[in-house]
Write a protein that binds this ligand. Structure first.
Ligand SMILES: Cc1ncc(COP(=O)(O)O)c(C=O)c1O
Length: 394
């Protein structure tokens, strides 16, 4: 055991002094985080949220949530095995699996937990995990918790994935990827990854948080679009809090995969189940998506139009393949100030700074939703371009 440099007891009020030093360092680096609470009816153009189909406030969805809270209660009252599982949860799992074409589904209280549970339950000390370096935060946490040998290779580099699979030291292997990378909105080469997995006897776990509801036939997601949803070696995770405008997450895949997660993952077993109102909201939103299959196409067209407008103004914009894109900012402080100037002019945009960006480049993060009009897009282009720091235009 290491000796402490000074073994005199630290007074209670100084125990957390190091937190202030860390906070001061974040302020100096432009990385302090100040959530800006919004009102119920903000009156701003929303290019920051992940409500891609504009369903969070849809009366059919919000109304279903309210009715379910009155009927089933405000909370689920327990973990999955202790009173928390209702017929509503079972219905949502059935409907999600049917919609996406998988054998089974399991609903979680968040997409974050769905990822933690899926990665940990499908790996372990006897496994190797191979990931892309631009992986989303919840998958990274899952890999850290997994006890597996983890190799994170260069972004979108299937050859590097193959090499890591071929040289692994563990018999079992899992390739873990986002479908749509949440910083720039790029698609992973899912078909290539599936082939690589087949060549090396690995499972493929795909986080379709940003593809579900936006890509694939009628919004069935990027995994369905790649023809992989029903494959025996492919597992998909989704968030119910993005295109469905609700809350929660799910894992979809072969029945035995779902059984393994439901019977072993602490992120499932030791967590109070998703509130009935959120389950009902997700079910209602799924109903809207089925009834209005044109919504996903509208989102994609809107993203392409917004990116083109911003690029015409000289900004460095990623090429969105779903509903989100990023615009490069000269520094972390510039990104935060740029977003604040947009908000002052009625356009709410997100921004990303280290450690949320894998390459250390700060960015604005813009999302679109299906209800945006052409005039909304024009306004957004004007405001974002006019508020840009001079070093952001090429
Ligand atoms: C790629 C990705 N996966 C998972 C999540 C987590 O989903 P949830 O917000 O439902 O916890 C997010 C959240 O932003 C995400 O961007």
């Amino acid at each position: 055991m290491n000796a402490r440099p000074n073994s005199a007891p630290v007074p209670a009020e100084q125990v957390f002094d190091w937190l202030d030093a860390e906070a001061a360092r974040r302020v100096e680096a432009g990385l302090a985080h100040r959530p800006q609470p919004r009102g119920a009816t903000p009156g701003e153009l929303d290019l920051a949220g992940d409500d891609y189909l504009g369903l969070a406030k849809d009366k059919r969805v919000a109304g279903a949530a309210a009715a379910a809270a009155l009927r089933w209660g405000a909370g689920s009252t327990g973990s999955p095995v202790n009173n928390g599982s209702t017929e509503l949860h079972a219905e949502l799992e059935h409907e999600l699996a049917r919609f996406c074409g998988t054998q089974a589904a399991l609903v979680f209280s968040s997409g974050f937990l769905a990822n933690l549970a899926a990665v940990t339950a499908l790996s372990g000390g006897e496994s190797a995990i191979v990931t892309d370096r631009h992986l989303g935060a919840s998958l990274i946490e899952g890999c850290r918790l997994s006890r597996a040998d983890v190799a994170a290779v260069a972004h979108s580099d299937t050859a590097a994935i193959k090499h890591a699979l071929a040289t692994r030291r563990k018999a079992r292997a899992l390739v873990v990827t986002d479908s749509v990378f949440s910083v720039d909105g790029h698609l992973a080469p899912l078909a290539e990854l599936s082939t690589a997995c087949r060549e090396h006897g690995a499972g493929l776990l795909i986080d379709d948080a940003h593809g579900f509801g936006v890509l694939g036939d009628g919004g069935r997601g990027a995994v369905q679009a790649a023809g992989l949803a029903a494959e025996p070696d492919v597992v998909t995770t989704i968030s119910l809090a993005k295109a469905l405008g609700a809350q929660g997450g799910a894992v979809l895949g072969p029945r035995r995969v779902i059984r393994q997660i439901a019977e072993t993952a602490r992120g499932f077993l030791a967590d109070t189940r998703l509130a009935p109102s959120s389950v009902a909201a997700a079910l209602a939103a799924l109903g809207v998506l089925k009834a209005e299959p044109e919504l996903p196409g509208a989102v994609q067209a809107c993203a392409v139009a917004l990116a083109a407008g911003l690029r015409d103004g000289g900004l460095s914009v990623s090429s969105p393949q779903a509903a989100l894109m990023s615009v490069r900012a000269p520094s972390a402080a510039d990104a935060a100030n740029w977003a604040a100037r947009c908000a002052e002019q009625g356009v709410r945009v997100g921004f990303l700074r280290p450690p949320s960006v894998p390459d250390g480049v700060s960015r604005l993060r813009l999302t679109v939703h299906a209800r945006l009009t052409e005039s909304n897009v024009d306004t957004a282009v004007k405001v974002v371009s006019a508020s840009a720091p001079s070093a952001a235009t090429s």
